[in-house]
Design a protein around this ligand. Structure first.
Ligand code: NAD
Ligand code: IPM
Ligand code: MN
Length: 352
């Protein structure tokens, strides 16, 4: 039996998480395993209920389960709260408390969606890379931080061990993939990036068969758009990884397509890379595929069931090949289906 904690959060979070749970339940039924899903409030939804974005009860539940499934947090309603009380701060707290230092964000283009990207088909077709984003350090967590009337400040800091552990798992992933790692930094300007680069090269000594290259982050943003197929494994810090993975999202057609796995020594959390999309929340319009594919990553990484993960990817592929499109991936003239219709089609394509 697998114990899963679901924290749908805000905006489209509950809509896309409902899709992912439907897929999970279908798979449990089909293969005869049991999953116990426990839902807990998180983010703005929790604040409205309990006056806290992340209660001790939600955090404790996340500590005591096999995997966490998260929708998204945030929205205009809670935007004006002080920084440390914003929903986004609760997301950072959960990542830090669970020790989720590695955020895997795979960008793979489905053949059926090659025309959905804003880039040319021959540029995006065949793209298949993964971003290893460091998730519990860097400028997101560095001290001092703050602002007053005249000044705002944050600190970008990395410790050797933080770089070592993310570099190591990126090299290990490359061993099972195309054997190439690109480390992305800003070492021409930032001292913290020089440390990053030095440590990545030291760790590389243990992986002599892997081809390592360095790239500055500004060039990398351009290269992902120019020729995304050049990348296999990207390893980078928290802020750069955040930005580059949204760019990667558009290669695959939409931000609504990109799943992620946040992994640590003893916990794992799965979430789409997109946010709560307040502009379409509550309208049954959101693309549930990023969250459904995050469940595939859960089966792969937390439950060591790559066959089940492949069934999910296959059902997504078939559904897209049948021509179903939510609004974000529909081209002009193509009619769009709702979140629930897309979900139902994927569940159906999982078979009996
Ligand atoms: P966003 O990712 O929520 O939305 C950006 C654009 O992409 C919007 O136009 C949205 O409609 C579209 N989009 C995103 N996901 C989609 C989906 N599944 N289907 C169809 N369209 C989709 O980013 P934003 O607007 O900058 O942020 C909104 C809120 O979400 C903010 O409060 C932000 O802090 C928060 N946020 C949370 C997370 C998270 O919980 N992990 C991630 C990013 C942003
Ligand atoms: C993401 C989001 C978060 C981040 C925010 C909401 C804290 O953009 O998961 O990509 O920057 O990590
Ligand atoms: Mn982001």
């Amino acid at each position: 039996m697998y114990k899963i904690v679901s924290i749908p959060g805000d905006g489209i979070g509950p809509e896309v998480v409902a899709g992912a749970l439907a897929v999970m339940n279908r798979l449990a039924e089909k293969h005869g395993f049991t999953i116990a899903i426990e839902e807990h409030p998180f983010g703005g939804a929790s604040y409205d209920l309990h006056g806290e974005m992340l209660t001790e009860a939600t955090l404790e539940a996340c500590r005591n389960c096999d995997a966490v499934l998260l929708g998204a947090v945030g929205g205009p309603k809670w935007e004006s709260l002080p920084h440390e009380h914003k929903p986004e701060a609760a997301l950072l707290k959960i990542r830090r408390e669970l020790g989720l230092f590695a955020n895997l964000r795979p960008a793979k283009v489905y053949d059926a969606l090659i025309d959905a990207s804003s880039l040319k088909a021959d540029v995006v077709g065949g793209t298949d890379f993964v971003v290893f984003r460091e998730l519990t350090g860097g400028i997101y967590f560095g001290q001092p931080r703050g602002y007053d009337e005249n000044k705002g400040w944050n600190t970008m800091v990395y410790e050797r061990y933080e770089v070592e552990r993310i570099a190591r798992i990126a090299f290990e992933a490359a061993q099972k993939r195309g054997g190439r790692v690109t480390s992305i930094d800003k070492a021409n300007v930032l001292e913290v990036s020089q440390l990053w680069r030095n440590v990545v090269h030291e760790v590389h000594r243990d992986f002599p068969e892997i081809e390592l290259s360095d790239m500055y982050v500004d060039n990398a943003a351009m290269q992902i758009v120019r020729n995304p197929k050049q990348f296999d494994v990207i390893v980078t810090g928290n802020l750069f990884g955040d930005i580059l993975s949204d760019i990667a999202g558009m290669i695959t057609g939409s931000l609504g397509m990109l799943p992620s796995a946040s992994i640590g020594k003893s916990h794992a959390l799965y979430e789409p890379i997109h946010g709560s999309a307040p502009d379409i929340a509550g309208q049954n319009k959101a693309n549930p595929i990023a969250t459904i594919a995050s469940v595939a990553m859960m089966f792969e990484h937390s439950f060591c069931m790559p066959d089940i993960a492949n069934e999910i990817y296959q059902a997504i592929e078939t559904t897209l090949a049948e021509g179903l499109r939510t609004a974000d991936i529909a081209n002009a003239g193509q009619s769009a289906v709702s979140t629930t219709e897309m979900t139902a089609a994927i569940v159906k394509n999982l078979g009996q």
